[in-house]
Write a protein that binds this ligand. Sequence first.
Ligand code: GTP
Ligand code: MG
Length: 201
Amino acid sequence: MVIKKVSLDIVIGVTSRLPETDRPEFAFAGRSNVGKSSLLNALILRKNYARTSSQPGKTQTINYYNVNDEFFLVDLPGYGYAKVSEETRAKWGRMIERYLRQSKELRQVFLLVDMRHEPTANDCQMIGWIRESGFTPVVIATKADKLSRNEQNKMIPVIRKKLEMKKEELLIPFSAETKAGRDEVAALIDGMLSDQAAEEG
Ligand code: GTP
Ligand code: MG
């Protein structure tokens, strides 16, 4: 993935209509504070282009980052953020679900989970939505730098089991600190883009 240019082209709020884009989209879903915006920055080789924060609930809109005028990386709002009202949380949930169901150009959804913890009920619901929308989920286990190699090896099967992942479903450990896993995610996206180019002949 060669990054020639990046721009934040589309920002939509809870009540907005989804835009009809004409380029492939790759989306990042996961709990608030799990590291979605940080992964996006690692992919586009920028430090804080997608705004990150140690306070959960930073990204509250669906943000479409245009990469090279070729495809969009889509930063979704985090779910499970305790400090907002039940009603707001429900709205965000519906917005994310609607996005997964309706985006015509969506090619893949990456589900991010914090590698230190067992996935939550919300994570299980999210991977369910991803499968129901017809995708083979790719799980990215974030903040890998916070665990030793040994601890990582212990957590991987815990996460796979909780999310009922099949053997063929990928789990990629990732760290925004060390950039471990970054190239693997970038290569997956490249692969999906070139499959598409081959199909279009
Ligand atoms: P929302 O926008 O609130 O949904 O959060 P987000 O999922 O976009 O998380 P964000 O990327 O803003 O990261 C949240 C916090 O975790 C920030 O303080 C990041 O610096 C930190 N963080 C993210 N990824 C990593 C990582 O791989 N390792 C470490 N050590 N910290 C990370
Ligand atoms: Mg964010």
